[in-house]
Design a protein around this ligand. Structure first.
Ligand code: DGJ
Length: 699
């Protein structure tokens, strides 16, 4: 607190940013500054005074603060930061006063109290200087049980020098679609009732300031790390101020209680374009959220058998496929859906987690032994939270489901009420038995339907189940899959190690999905597989070169039936996989920087090593360009004064219609960072639906 007792101030800062909170007396504080680092000698209370707004006609006689928890009781002219009722259903309107503050080691805890209502509100801010990430959480404690309709983590103001906000929607095989919404008076509300993170509502928001692009300008980014469905309110108040609130989806807190807690809100400021937000999320997830069992282990090349065999499991076929996958370079074999109960279609057996002895008369060990003999580790698919009505589990325990008995099914299945102790015990026991009895090193954990209604207890119970399994099987890695990318968030990723970004293995769809997902996800968690020649979800035939390089952009794997590969295709796949293995040690630590492509047909990114001594550019031409010649591709994130040698790795892929002599078709080029970022790379002409891969080394 400053010597000026009328204004309390706090500051969090690292080398690049300052966040300043200030409050009049005992009132809740506002974030009065968040941006580039302020001079050390800045007088924070002066800063708060200087930002005090004027008052004019037609409004109240003072401007109600846009505090970290705006209070309806104080005439706040927008969405309040919390909404409560007592056990009779009467609305509670708290009025908090300062109680205590702890400010140490980049963590600030502010405690406010409403003694009359018996409520304690805590806001906790943590800054991680290595990523620049600010994590904000709130808790609410009450002396008697109350109901919570809404509780936001600390509320952030949004910049007024911004025209639009960017958030995300999507669908199965079409994750991470971008919505750009102009700011206007009133609120943009995203309320996700699906009970899971969802394809439809990724909990992320980017607010670019005027003029910001991927590579330049200022931007703010937010992500709510919660797997149970979120609600976002981005609101411009009648007076022009803007606020951003996050929290659990409406109706998530189902019962009266004395303690409530939000999920962490991840918030970042960037002075380096939208890429600055992206790299902060990527780094923070990789270095501070993710808990890999063996962090130094290189990410293994996957083989997943789903699109090769679906439910048709046959020992000899799977062994043949495993041998071929290993020969192509796979290091982990994942046995997908179909190994248990009577699971010959997706209509049956979820919940019956016992091995199907018709398909596996000797159990799973003969297949696992074969996989090991091929030099691969073994992984397995499960979908623990679900049950089919056609299952022994449902027939025995119809009362274990979440929601009504006559609810709509999703993929012919129901969700179990995982918060019931008996369901927890059943699932833990069956999964633990599976993991104890077999050398399983990887679990692909699926979730293929939305919940009948949001219920935060379900997400908490799933977290508890995974946490217990992880504690007792600490070497096992987990993948979060939900019909592809239906459960991707930092909450699930603090207890799992990879996401199945999308069920689309179509490289053109993937190129776009991966590009957008890189706003939040690093390579190391983002599963990407080489699919069949004719994609099973788009019907499109694509060249193996495109399929292989798009998978090599992220955590690489294969998912086609390797028996369909021609000699040429197998050879290309082997070569690209060899390249990936040779480079993965630095790619795993690299920043993914999205390039501002001047050709809308080109989706391009630069992956820059942590030491900034090397990079690789993936430039995918998704469709035909409107102009004849390729537009130069401007790079970013390089040292303008350094020299780089750049080389077109796959220059032999240039088609015969590329008739000229661009240097990169035959030679490496040595160019300054300044030139590469301002003028850009002149690429050879190529076919649509193909990709260039450019390696760069700092000299
Ligand atoms: C949906 C997943 O996204 C697929 O990869 C596959 O595992 C199927 N479920 C299996 O049912």
């Amino acid at each position: 607190m400053t010597p000026d007792t009328k204004i309390r101030c706090w500051r969090l800062q690292d080398q690049t940013q300052s966040l300043v909170l200030a409050a009049d007396g005992d009132q809740l504080p506002e974030i009065v500054y968040w941006g580039p680092r302020l001079p050390d000698a800045s007088d924070l209370s002066m800063l708060a005074l200087a930002a005090r707004p004027d008052v004019t006609g037609g409004i109240l006689d003072a401007v109600p603060p846009l505090s970290i928890c705006p209070e309806a009781r104080r005439s706040f002219p927008g969405h309040p930061g919390l909404s409560l009722r007592d056990d009779t259903g009467a609305v509670l309107l708290p009025r908090f006063s300062f109680h205590d503050a702890k400010d140490a080691d980049n963590e600030l805890t502010l405690i406010y109290r409403d003694a009359d209502l018996g409520l304690d509100y805590q806001a906790i801010f943590t800054l991680t200087p290595s990523s620049g990430m600010i994590v904000a959480r709130a808790t609410l404690e009450s002396t008697r049980p109350i109901g919570v309709q809404w509780l936001a983590p600390p509320v952030f103001p949004a910049p007024q020098n911004s025209q639009e906000m960017i958030d995300f929607h999507g669908r199965w095989i079409g994750e991470f679609q971008v919505s750009r919404t102009p700011w206007a008076p009133g609120a943009r509300l995203r309320d996700n009732p699906t009970g899971r993170t969802g394809h439809e509502h990724f909990p992320g928001l980017i607010v670019p300031c005027n003029g910001a692009t991927n590579t330049q300008g200022q931007a703010y980014g937010f992500h709510y790390g919660w797997s149970g469905g979120h609600r976002m309110v981005a609101e411009e108040l009648p007076d022009g101020r803007r606020q951003i609130q996050w929290g659990h989806a409406s109706g998530s807190y189902r019962e009266a209680a004395t303690r409530f807690e939000t999920a962490p809100l991840y918030a970042v400021f960037s002075d380096a374009g939208i890429n600055g937000c992206a790299t902060a999320f990527q780094r923070h997830l990789r270095d501070s959220v993710l808990k890999l069992p063996t962090p130094d282990r290189s990410r293994p090349v996957h083989y997943n058998c789903w699109e090769a065999v679906y439910f048709d499991h046959d020992h000899d076929t799977l062994c043949d496929i495993a041998s071929r996958a290993a020969e192509l370079g796979a290091e982990r074999f994942v046995l997908d859906d179909g190994w248990f109960g009577q699971r010959n279609t997706d209509t049956t057996s979820l919940g019956d987690w016992t091995i199907n002895h018709e398909k596996y008369p000797g159990g799973l060990m003969p297949l696992i032994n074969h996989v090991h003999a091929c030099g691969m580790t073994f992984g397995i698919w499960v979908e623990p939270e679900m049950v089919n009505p056609d299952s022994d589990l449902y027939r025995t325990h119809p009362d274990w489901i979440l929601g009504d008995a006559d609810q709509l099914l999703g993929r012919q299945q129901l969700a179990l009420n995982v918060a019931l102790p008996e369901v927890q015990a059943y699932l833990y026991d069956h999964l633990a038995a599976l993991l104890s009895a077999h050398p399983i090193e990887y679990v692909k954990w699926d979730h293929n339907r939305v919940l009948p209604e949001p219920d935060h207890r379900q997400a908490m119970a799933v977290y508890a189940l995974i946490d217990r399994l992880r504690a007792n099987f600490p070497t096992v890695e987990f993948e979060s899959c939900a019909s592809g990318g239906g459960r991707i968030d930092f909450g699930i990723l603090s207890r799992t190690h990879r996401v199945w970004l999308s069920d689309s293995n179509d490289p053109l769809e993937r190129l776009r999905i991966q590009h957008e997902a890189a706003l939040f996800l690093p390579m190391v968690v983002t599963g990407s597989h080489v699919g069949p020649r004719i994609c099973h979800t788009s019907g499109r035939a694509t060249d193996i070169r495109l399929r292989a390089w798009v998978a090599a952009q992220r955590h690489m794997g294969f998912e086609m039936d390797p028996r369909e590969l021609t000699k040429d295709e197998a050879q290309v796949l082997r070569e690209v996989t060899t390249w990936w293995k040779a480079n993965r040690s630095w790619l795993q630590q690299a920043d993914i920087l999205r390039l501002d492509s001047d050709d809308p047909a080109m989706i391009a990114e630069l992956q820059r090593a942590a030491e900034a001594d090397r990079f690789v550019v993936f430039a995918g031409l998704s469709e035909s360009s409107t102009q004849i010649l390729p537009r130069p591709l401007r790079l970013c994130g390089l040292d303008p004064d350094a020299k780089y040698e750049i080389r077109l790795l796959n220059r032999d892929d240039a088609p015969a219609l590329s008739r000229g002599t661009p240097l990169l078709k035959t030679d490496a080029a040595t160019l300054s960072g300044q030139y590469l970022m301002h003028q850009g790379i002149t690429l050879p002409w190529t076919f649509p639906q193909s990709i260039w891969v450019i390696e760069g080394t700092r000299l």
